[in-house]
Ligand binder design. Structure first.
Ligand SMILES: CC(C)(COP(=O)(O)OP(=O)(O)OC[C@H]1O[C@@H](n2cnc3c(N)ncnc32)[C@H](O)[C@@H]1OP(=O)(O)O)[C@@H](O)C(=O)NCCC(=O)NCCS
Length: 231
């Protein structure tokens, strides 16, 4: 059973007490290092984190899990424009990842991204997803990106809770749009405007590699200060 933000359990005297928030406040989540992915080093672990979502769930509508080579290629492609982050536990193991990708390829959509996030099953509900997004969103804002979207296949209470926790709101449903595991599934779309007011005209967004070349921007965002392993 998945956990909510807090749990109530009887103590030794039968009184109810609140036990630790199963959220970004957990010590396990606080000790994570959130850093940019290194396709050479991380592809295998990231592919392993993603595989169960492909095999056993409708969190992803892919039906064949990508191998490490394919995952490395995806990471390289994403990193030419937007961040791909990895959450690394204290023992150095990758336990989750999140990235932003272009919402739609057409030029007029270049201020809009889709968010994706996957956490290893054993680490879900411990604040990993929240830590990843809390790092990802400031980078997107620093790039001058203005809209974030996420498509979620209900019911996925963990994903809906995470996306609502970062301020996203459901605005549309694609009814019965995907077929997997023998059924048709809706996709609920969530949105977050990344700035209070949309600038008009909007400044050009900055591609991630250009942001990384700006020492002041990197100094402001801890995840960008941590060099990827193997570099
Ligand atoms: C969805 C997923 C990424 C969430 O990441 P996570 O690390 O488990 O989530 P967190 O522990 O950071 O929780 C984030 C918030 O959601 C809440 N939450 C998490 N799981 C929940 C659940 N099952 N029910 C209700 N709330 C939940 C937390 O309390 C927390 O809220 P808070 O920050 O206000 O305290 C993760 O569960 C996962 O990888 N699931 C399988 C793949 C998937 O569905 N990916 C998303 C595709 S759209």
């Amino acid at each position: 059973m998945r956990r909510s933000a807090t749990q109530r359990q009887p103590d030794r005297n039968g009184r109810l007490r609140i036990i630790g928030r199963m959220s970004s406040a957990t010590p396990a989540a606080r000790s994570l290092v959130i850093r940019l992915a290194d396709p050479t080093q991380d592809a295998e672990a990231v592919a392993a984190i993603y595989a169960p979502a492909v095999a056993d769930s409708v969190a992803s509508f892919e039906t064949v899990a990508p191998d490490a080579d394919e995952m490395a290629a995806r990471m390289r492609r994403i990193l030419t424009w937007t961040p791909w982050l990895v959450a690394e536990a204290s023992e150095g193991e990758a336990v989750g990842y999140a990235y932003a990708s272009r919402h739609v390829e057409r030029a007029g959509y270049r201020w809009a991204v889709n968010l994706s996030v996957y956490v290893a099953p054993a680490r879900q509900g411990q604040g990993v997803g929240r830590r990843l997004y809390d790092t990802l969103l400031p980078i997107l804002r620093a790039q001058g990106l203005l809209h974030a979207y996420a498509g979620i296949t209900p019911p996925n209470p963990g994903s809906i809770a995470l996306h609502e926790a970062i301020g996203m709101r459901r605005f549309a449903t694609y009814a019965q749009v995907g077929h997997k595991l023998g059924s048709w599934w809706d996709v609920a779309w969530f949105h977050l405007q990344l700035v209070d007011r949309l600038p008009d005209p909007p400044p050009e967004p900055v591609a991630l590699p250009a942001l990384l070349a700006d020492p002041e921007a990197c100094a402001r965002i801890p995840a960008l200060r941590v060099p990827p392993r193997g570099s």
